[in-house]
Design a protein around this ligand. Structure first.
Ligand code: K7E
Ligand code: CUA
Length: 655
């Protein structure tokens, strides 16, 4: 058991340090955090004024994506992505339920980690934002005109979709990598036969530049390591993608010990351009698969789910020169590429130093075939040959590195609970600031692109303990905003977050806000159950299904009296919001509904199913205070016994 001792010793030290950080001297964040006296002014956004940046924070185990303004830290919206959202009916309405379909059936929750904004020429362009579903592997695309999830594609042959969703610099591909290796294809086999038999898939999803539509171009089937994080090459390294791995030991149990044995794991360097060319020339093997592709139709505002039945796989050995391993100490987590595309940083969780690889040296080593062995036939480059530099002992437990526009890098340290600023190229540590507490990712607007906007750094912290008023055993997680325009980082603000914000992405507000949709045009609404005029409104029985074609406008429903519904019916309320003004949604709720309310924005039609269980006269009402007569916005459904012969009828203001 000697192998376990070093690790346990390390973790004991680590635990001790976390304890220290939570001690008295760090309680307030003042003094040590260098809280500037005018910090309040610098985050203050006056009433009616707008923030300078949109920040999109992953929701972690909430499965959503939340939108914040920076520098105020004001939460603007929770965008539902992978989880049902009773606030507006996402995942509950008939139109949105198909978005959450998977090969495992309806999966109304996920764990979302890494949002990434679309780019053109390596610069944020504000068209779309992508995010991964980690648990049931999926990638979602959110349109930043509508601020709505418009597409979700499931990833077959993947498990723990974690090294995702990162995009190439012209949004050619969204990339998704498996964290857990699994049998590919899945099969019933002993777990202890993992080694050599389980595989990891790295999936390249192409993106249509007009519509944003995603499709899996190919899956690279890699050795059975854990593929933890990834980043695209950019500028000079455009065409490559880099993935950190851990568990190159291929352990299948007690990974905290057994996957911490190797002195170095790898960063996998993937020349995707080469593989793309191979695939375009007919390379790769189409294999059976079963995965959902869910798309929101822009005219009917209704999602469809299609099950796809095959996927193109590529064996890396079939594309010589496309895949290499870069030895990287020691169980690296983050895999970050600087804005020039030259430096690839592996954040070795258990390593004392930060290792930086050089892209130029990597190409040189490849050209001169300077290999240091191979793993499953994939060449391993020599560590020394590709080393650009080392940041010496910057902190404990490095997780992620982000970049500003002045050649500086900012690495987060989970264990020593700090952010360390260092100089790219000289590897010299320039500044360190404590965070409260245990930071995961950091984020600089555009920090994962060729053009960062280096004004703010946001620390995305896991633990808050004493930072806010206590709320019982379950506390919020938290973000901290630093001003990074000077030599030293200055802490300005704490603000709580929704769920666990792993990564985040931010963009200047000007790049999005003028394009933001205000209404859906009624004239473009092609929903089959839309009711625009009085003569469109009706109630139709099809066996036990009752379809109500209803509309709403300040401040009534049409119809608002409905009779002839029976116990045992399934009632579909198809409701069209006739408003064509900005910010006039109406809500809909009916007593005893087993799902949610729905919030219908101007010009849309949405559908909620209600299954009345009891005889009576049951009210429905608008849930959003929409006008002075909002409280009058209500109606009744008469529900008769199952064997009743009362005919369907509907009316508005008629006796
Ligand atoms: Cu480090 Cu999922 Cu990117 Cu969390 S991951 S922190
Ligand atoms: Cu419509 Cu309240």
């Amino acid at each position: 058991m000697k192998k376990s001792i070093n690790i346990l010793f390390f973790l004991a030290i680590a635990a001790g340090l976390v304890g220290c950080n939570n001690g008295n001297d760090r309680k307030s964040g003042k003094g040590q955090g260098g809280l500037a006296t005018n910090a309040a002014e610098r985050v203050y956004v006056a009433p009616g004024e707008h923030d300078e940046y949109y920040a999109f924070m992953s929701g972690g185990f909430s499965g959503q994506l939340s939108v914040y303004g920076l520098p105020s830290g004001r939460m603007l919206k929770v965008l539902p992505v992978f989880s049902q959202n009773p606030e507006n009916g996402y995942g509950y309405t008939e139109e949105t339920k198909p978005m959450l379909n998977t090969s495992f059936g309806f999966v109304p929750w996920d764990d979302s980690h890494h949002p990434d904004i679309s780019q053109t020429d390596g610069v944020l362009d504000g068209r779309w934002i992508f995010i991964n579903g980690n648990n049931t592997p999926r990638i979602a695309r959110i349109d930043l005109k509508n601020f709505a999830t418009e597409e979700i594609i499931e990833i077959p042959n993947s498990a723990g979709n974690h090294s995702s969703s990162f995009i190439t610099e012209n949004t050619e591909y969204v990339v998704a990598g498996t964290r857990f290796s699994v049998p590919i294809p899945q099969e019933d086999m002993p777990i202890n036969e993992y080694k050599g038999n389980f595989k990891g898939s790295l999936t390249f999803i192409s993106v249509d530049q007009e519509t944003g539509r995603m499709g899996i171009k190919f899956q690279l089937i890699m050795p059975g390591f854990n593929y933890d994080l990834s980043h695209p090459g950019r500028d000079k390294s455009h065409g490559w993608f880099f993935f950190t791995t851990y568990n190159t030991e291929e352990a299948h149990s007690l990974l905290e010990v057994n996957a911490s044995q190797n002195d170095k794991d790898f960063i996998a360097a993937i020349n995707w351009k080469k593989i793309e060319e191979y695939v375009n020339n007919g390379g790769g093997k189409m294999v059976p698969a079963n995965y959902a592709h869910n798309v929101m139709d822009e005219h009917t505002h209704t999602a469809t789910s299609t099950m796809l039945k095959e996927v193109l796989t590529v064996n890396p050995l079939d594309v010589p020169g496309a895949v290499y391993f870069l030895p990287t100490p020691k169980s690296p987590h983050g895999c970050d590429v600087d804005p020039t595309g030259e430096y690839i940083i592996g954040n070795g969780k258990l390593s004392a130093d930060l290792t930086v690889h050089s892209f130029t040296k990597m190409l040189d080593a490849i050209e001169n075939k300077k290999f240091d062995g191979e793993a499953y036939g994939i060449p391993i480059l020599n560590f020394e040959d590709i080393l650009a530099g080392v940041v010496k002992q910057p902190g404990l437990g490095p997780l992620h590195t982000e970049f500003d526009d002045k050649g500086n890098a900012y690495t987060t340290f989970f264990i020593s609970s700090e952010v360390v600023k260092w100089k790219v190229g000289t590897w010299e540590v320039l500044d360190r600031q404590p965070v409260f507490y245990s930071v995961g990712h950091g984020m600089i607007p555009g920090g994962n692109s060729r053009k960062p906007f280096g004004k703010y750094f946001v620390a995305l912290n896991k633990i808050t303990k004493d930072r806010y008023l206590p709320t019982g055993p379950e506390l919020t997680q938290s973000a901290q905003l630093f001003d990074i325009t000077g030599d030293k980082m200055e802490l300005l603000l704490d603000f709580p977050t929704i769920g666990e914000p792993h990564y985040a992405a931010a963009i200047p507000a000007d790049m999005i806000k003028n394009n933001s949709r205000k209404i859906y045009k009624l004239a473009e609404n092609k929903h089959p159950y839309a009711a625009f005029t009085n003569s469109d409104t009706k109630v139709v029985r099809e066996g036990k299904n009752v379809h109500i074609y209803m509309n709403m406008i300040r401040s009534h429903f049409n119809p608002d009296n409905i009779e002839g519904v029976k116990v045992g019916d399934k009632v579909f309320f198809h409701i069209t919001n006739l408003e064509q003004d900005f910010d006039v949604p109406h809500g809909f709720a009916v007593i005893g509904a087993n799902n949610a309310e729905m919030l219908i924005v101007p010009g849309k039609t949405e559908t909620l199913v209600w299954e009345p269980k009891q005889v009576g006269v049951w009210p429905f009402y608008c849930t959003d205070f929409c006008s002075a007569l909002h409280q009058e916005m209500q109606g009744y459904v008469r529900v008769s016994p199952a064997d009743s012969d009362i005919e369907l009828s509907w009316s508005l203001d008629e006796d």
